[in-house]
Design a protein around this ligand. Structure first.
Ligand code: P6P
Length: 340
C-alpha cells in the first residue's frame, strides 16, 4: 500500500524554487521575503499570547496620525525593521509608526520597504484578527546621493513585491512578486510557514460587501444607491448580499481574496481623502488583488497608478471581484450629479 503524502513546501523552499526560475536573480529579494517571514513568526508568537503577557494595551504614545499606539504595534515595528536591517539589502523603511523615513545600516541596499507593522491594532484587545502589511520597491538609481523621502514616492505599479501576514485563527502569510499570489500557513509545532495556496484567483463576482455603514450619511449618492442595490431581496440575481465588516483591513481583504465580493473604504466627512494609507495599506493589497484577477480603484482610477505626493497620504479604495468593482463604479458615475 503506498501512502500518498502531500509534499509540504515551506516558505523558504518556495522562495528559493521561485528564485531559481529567474537565472539572473541575485537572491536578495528572496532573502528580504525570508526576513519578513522570520519577523512574522516572532510577531505571531507575541500576538497569540498577548492576553497572557502584559503586552496588551496602549503604550501611552500616539503615532504620526494622532492614533494611540498599542504596545504590540511597537513590538511588530521593531521586529520587522530589525529583521530587514540585519540582511543589509534594504536601504530604508517607511512605517506607519514613524513620521519620516527610517534609514537602515545599509544605505547602499537596493530595496525600499513600506510597512504597516500591525494593521487593525484597535482590535488587539478584543482578540479580533490583525495583520502586518508590506510593500517593496527598488531604490531609484540615485546611488551615492543622500536618501530622501522622494526616493520612496513611487506609484504602486512599481512595487516589486507586496504581501501581508494575517494573525487570525491561524497565521497566514500571502505575497506576490508579480507572478500570482501564494499563501502560507504557519505550523507553530515546527515553526514553519507551509504552502497552502499556490495561485489565488478571486471569484469574478462575490455576494459580500464590506464597508463601515456607520458613515452612510456622508457617502456620495452613487455609493448609497449601490449599497441599497446590494440589500434588495432579489433571489433571481442572488441578492441580497451579505454584509461582512471586521474593521481590520488585512482580515477583510483576505476574506475578499478568498470568497470574492467588494471591500470599500470611501471618503467621508471624517476622512475627506479616505482613511486608508495609499503606500502601505492600499497599494500592497491592490497589487495582491489585481494579481489574483481582481480590481482596485479609488472610485475613478486604478489605485496602483496614483502618483504619490506624501509617504503617509490616504486614498479612498474600492477593491475586490472585478464585476463588483465595475458595478459600484458605474453607480457612482450614474448618480455623480445627484444631491448628496
Ligand atoms: P473604521 C484599522 O484601524 C484600519 O486602519 C483598517 O485596518 C480598517 O480597515 C479600518 O482602519 C477600519 O476603520 O473607520 O471602519 O473603524
Amino acid at each position: 500500500m503506498t501512502i500518498k503524502s502531500k509534499k509540504l513546501v515551506t516558505l523558504d523552499e518556495y522562495i528559493i524554487q521561485s528564485q531559481n526560475r529567474f537565472p539572473g536573480a541575485t537572491g536578495e529579494l528572496s532573502q528580504l521575503l525570508r526576513d519578513i517571514g522570520l519577523a512574522a513568526k516572532i510577531i505571531s508568537r507575541e500576538v497569540n499570547k498577548a492576553g497572557i503577557t502584559n503586552i496588551l494595551g496602549n503604550d501611552g504614545s500616539t503615532n504620526v496620525h494622532g492614533e494611540s499606539v498599542k504596545r504590540l504595534d511597537l513590538f511588530a515595528d521593531q521586529q520587522l525593521i530589525s529583521a530587514l536591517d540585519r540582511s543589509l539589502i534594504t536601504c530604508m523603511v517607511i512605517s506607519e509608526e514613524n513620521d519620516g523615513i527610517v534609514k537602515l545600516n545599509s544605505e547602499g541596499g537596493k530595496y525600499i520597504v513600506y510597512l504597516d507593522p500591525l494593521d487593525g491594532s484597535s482590535n488587539i484587545d478584543v482578540n479580533v484578527s490583525i495583520g502586518s502589511i508590506f510593500s517593496i520597491y527598488m531604490r531609484q538609481p540615485r546611488f551615492g546621493k543622500e536618501l530622501v523621502e522622494e526616493d520612496a514616492l513611487q506609484p504602486g505599479t512599481r512595487q516589486v513585491a507586496a504581501g501581508y501576514v494575517l494573525y487570525g485563527s491561524s497565521t497566514i502569510m500571502a505575497y506576490t512578486t508579480g507572478m500570482g499570489v501564494s499563501a502560507f500557513t504557519l505550523d507553530p509545532s515546527i515553526g514553519e510557514f507551509i504552502l497552502s495556496n499556490d495561485n489565488y484567483q478571486i471569484p469574478t463576482h462575490g455576494r459580500i460587501y464590506s464597508i463601515n455603514e456607520g458613515s452612510y450619511n456622508s457617502w456620495e449618492p452613487g455609493l448609497k444607491k449601490y449599497i441599497k442595490y446590494c440589500q434588495k431581496d432579489d433571489a433571481e440575481t442572488g441578492r441580497p448580499y451579505s454584509a461582512r465588516y471586521i474593521g481590520s483591513m488585512v482580515a477583510d481583504l483576505h476574506r475578499t481574496l478568498v470568497q470574492g465580493g467588494i471591500f470599500i473604504y470611501p471618503s467621508s466627512k471624517k476622512y475627506p481623502e479616505g482613511k486608508l494609507r495609499l503606500m502601505y495599506e492600499c497599494n500592497p493589497h491592490s497589487f495582491i488583488i489585481e494579481q489574483a484577477g481582481g480590481m482596485a480603484i479609488d472610485g475613478k482610477k486604478r489605485i496602483l497608478e496614483i502618483e504619490p505626493h506624501s509617504i503617509h497620504q490616504r486614498t479612498p479604495i474600492f477593491v475586490g471581484s472585478p464585476e463588483n468593482v465595475k458595478m459600484v463604479k458605474s453607480f457612482m458615475e450614474e448618480y455623480a450629479e445627484e444631491p448628496a
